[in-house]
Design a protein around this ligand. Structure first.
Ligand SMILES: CC(C)(COP(=O)(O)OP(=O)(O)OC[C@H]1O[C@@H](n2cnc3c(N)ncnc32)[C@H](O)[C@@H]1OP(=O)(O)O)[C@@H](O)C(=O)NCCC(=O)NCCS
Length: 167
């Protein structure tokens, strides 16, 4: 079935929260939709028919102070290995290019070589300024837990759009 990738709408959010959803995913959907509403990010969802099969957040500006590029975050595909992750990355890159960015970055944990292999095959290379610390909050029934994960940082230069031909 065809894959459809689009920014999350209010109706999508209601649909996601109405289904069987674990509390962490529900919190993620709400947080990412709020980021989109505030203009900080685009929350991309991948669909096969009515089934949500993936997600990615494109921050319009990196969440790391040292980085200025747009940034892909929290990429996830279910099932894996069917091209959903690659398609989400392509959709995020297209939005970044339309917004005038000349590069997209992303952080990857050293313990995630499969994701890194995919990024490298798609043209992502180390940004050359060392690791970043991914600080994120995990909602838990007994109270939120803050994580500080050292990550490698990769970036890909986006192809420049050709200027309109002169007449
Ligand atoms: C990382 C992740 C998002 C990648 O998404 P994905 O949909 O599995 O990625 P793709 O299918 O586009 O590509 C992954 C692999 O499947 C292969 N593949 C792509 N299209 C395929 C298809 N139609 N059929 C079979 N295999 C395919 C690719 O060649 C690639 O192979 P590789 O392992 O040698 O790199 C996904 O694996 C995931 O959700 N992982 C858990 C969360 C995570 O780690 N997120 C990243 C945080 S940095």
């Amino acid at each position: 079935m065809n894959l459809r990738i689009e920014p999350c709408t209010a109706a999508d959010l209601s649909r996601l929260l109405a289904g069987p959803v674990d509390p962490m995913s529900a919190a993620h959907h709400r947080e990412r939709f709020a980021l989109q509403e505030s203009g900080e990010a685009t929350y991309l969802l991948a669909w096969r028919g009515a089934e949500n099969v993936g997600r990615a957040t494109l921050y319009h500006r990196s969440k790391y102070a040292a980085v200025r590029a747009a940034e892909i975050n929290a990429l996830e595909a279910t099932p894996q290995g069917q091209g959903i992750g690659s398609a989400l990355i392509a959709a995020a890159e297209a939005i970044a290019a339309r917004r005038g960015h000349d590069a997209v970055g992303l952080a990857v944990e050293p313990g995630n070589p499969a994701a890194r292999r995919l990024y490298e095959r798609l043209g992502y290379v180390p940004w050359g300024h060392g690791e970043v610390i991914d600080v994120w909050t995990e909602p838990r029934p007994g109270g939120d837990v803050e994580h500080r994960d050292p990550c490698d940082y990769l970036r890909r230069a986006l192809p420049r759009e050709d200027p309109a031909p002169a007449r």
